[in-house]
Design a protein around this ligand. Structure first.
Ligand SMILES: [Zn+2]
Length: 508
């Protein structure tokens, strides 16, 4: 409904580098010289450049397959008023999308000694503190989470939290685009009694042209299948159709959720969604974490435009990691996200990817054959585990493909809202770009930059982040310029003060 609504009205910008991640017609990544013309926060055209005379093709250029017609510098369209940002040989990729997070919750970072020891941290700890939150707290804490995202190359988040209007304001204050899902609850949780307000916030954000210009959109945000009544789910199915809004919610994230749904409705969480008409919607569904779904239900939940979300770091803290190797084998589509600043001290989606890849080998550690290693340590026992590992790795071989992993943070996560596309360097997409300094020792020898992006933490190599066409820091001093900005210092001061008051109110 707001697909045509404009983003910031600003002069054209030409962004170019010798290494830009484009894709050939079959979707394969190609790193080639290119220039991007950006207008009003979106990429308006992409121009592959012919290499400068005498330039040797970079190793990554060998990824190129079908080549689109390239143009010389002289042939580039240059609107007279266009600013030119030339990043030399730095690598330009799409900025990351974090498809499931709760930025506000950073305020709990380090507060509890061991969340893993809590049976259900969400209910036993978080809900109690969250009832003490005020809208202004959420706005202040969201800003802190938003700055952290920018430092890790994330330029768009799918956020789910109480006081959705305050989340949207916090994102706007920092200039981080996002899809805000005001948390809706009518059976349990801190949002009780505020579902109507949450719904009106959702619609207000969706229809606010000022927010859309800042890249801030909304989704319907039922909390989970045990905290939202069947009647409200049915109402949400109607609202999704009426307002063309995606849904973003938790699904089968805890044993308690599955148990409550079974007791109240006599069915599984996915059957409950089906009865409410949620699974028939053409609107996308973003569903975290799906840990306790049968494979049949996982397939059913992800039919059409449904995507499960895997947050490996937080799942190992709060619950158990979902069986993505089985999801992969069953063709269950999933994204990767980081909702976990309060549990594992990080909100870096890039760092989550190596966990995802690591799940290929994990099943061998817990196989009965490994018991024999622990009991005997014999060569035969070791050989058997080695064999299991080889089979598991082969079965989930796609998890070893850097681009397969990265696309879960790029175009797959950026294609789930009808109002925009992100995570892609193509005409029409939001101009959210990361510029990586491949001269950093963490990239050396930069033989395969995509592999480094998928298997390492390269935040230190982030030379610049471009959000809606605008560079967010000083070129080359990106992180320090952000941290020394007045905006960050002011945000930090207010968040500190509000946090102190909050702990006092909550009796800590
Ligand atoms: Zn969550």
């Amino acid at each position: 409904m707001h697909a045509e609504r404009g983003l910031p009205s600003s002069p054209a910008i030409l962004i170019q580098s010798e290494r830009v991640l484009l894709r050939s017609a079959d979707g394969r990544p190609r790193i080639v010289p290119a220039a991007l013309l950006v207008r009003n926060g979106r990429i308006s055209s992409v121009h592959e450049l012919s290499p400068a005379p005498g330039a040797s093709p970079s190793s990554a250029t060998s990824l190129a397959t079908a080549s689109s017609p390239s143009v010389s510098q002289a042939e580039l369209p240059r609107p007279s008023e266009a600013r030119v940002l030339d990043y030399g040989s730095a690598l330009i990729t799409p900025a990351f999308v974090n498809a499931h997070t709760h930025l506000t919750m950073s305020f709990m970072r380090g507060r509890f000694d061991d969340l893993t020891a809590s049976g259900n941290a969400v209910e036993q700890l978080f809900f109690k503190i969250e009832t003490q939150l005020e809208a202004a707290d959420v706005r202040a804490f969201t800003r802190m989470g938003a700055f952290e995202c920018l430092l890790h190359g994330v330029a768009l988040v799918w956020d789910h939290y109480y006081f959705g209007d305050a989340v949207a304001q916090g994102l706007r204050d920092v200039g981080l685009p996002g899809v805000v899902a005001p948390t809706l609850q009518d059976l349990g949780g801190p949002g009780l009694g505020r579902a109507e307000r949450g719904l009106s916030d959702t619609v207000a954000i969706a229809t606010d042209p000022g927010l859309a210009r800042m890249g801030i959109f909304s989704a319907l945000g039922p909390h989970a299948t045990d905290t939202v009544s069947p009647a409200l789910w049915t109402q949400l199915a109607q609202l999704a159709e009426q307002h063309l809004l995606p849904l973003h919610f938790h699904l089968a994230q805890s044993p308690e959720e599955v148990e409550r749904v079974e007791r109240r409705s006599g069915c599984s969480p996915v059957e409950l969604l089906a009865r409410a008409g949620i699974l028939e919607l053409v609107q996308p569904r973003v569903m975290a974490h799906g840990i306790y779904l049968s494979l049949a239900d996982a397939r059913r939940a992800t039919s059409g435009q449904g995507r499960l979300v895997f947050c490996p770091a937080s799942q190992t803290q709060f619950g158990v990691p979902a069986r993505i190797d089985e999801w992969l084998a069953a063709e269950v589509p999933f994204l990767v996200a980081s909702d976990s600043a309060n549990s594992n001290d990080g909100l870096n989606v890039q760092e989550e990817l190596r966990w995802v890849a690591g799940f290929r080998a994990l099943s061998s550690s817990y196989a009965p054959a490994f018991e024999q290693v622990l009991a005997q340590g014999s060569a035969e026992a070791a050989r058997q585990v080695g064999q299991l590992r080889a089979q598991a790795v082969a079965r989930a071989s796609r998890l070893g493909d850097a681009d397969f992993l990265l696309r879960k943070l790029w175009d797959e996560a950026g294609a789930l809202h009808p109002a925009f596309r992100a995570g892609a360097i193509s005409a029409g997409a939001l101009a959210n770009l990361a510029v990586w300094d491949l001269d950093s020792p963490g990239c050396w020898p930069a033989t395969d930059p995509l592999r480094a992006l998928a298997f390492s933490n390269l935040s230190h190599a982030l030379r610049q982040l471009i959000v809606l066409g605008e560079p967010r820091g000083t070129d080359g001093w990106y992180a320090s310029s952000l941290l020394h900005s007045q905006a960050y210092r002011d945000a930090r001061r207010e968040a500190d003060a509000r946090l102190q008051q909050l702990w006092r109110r909550a009796g800590f």
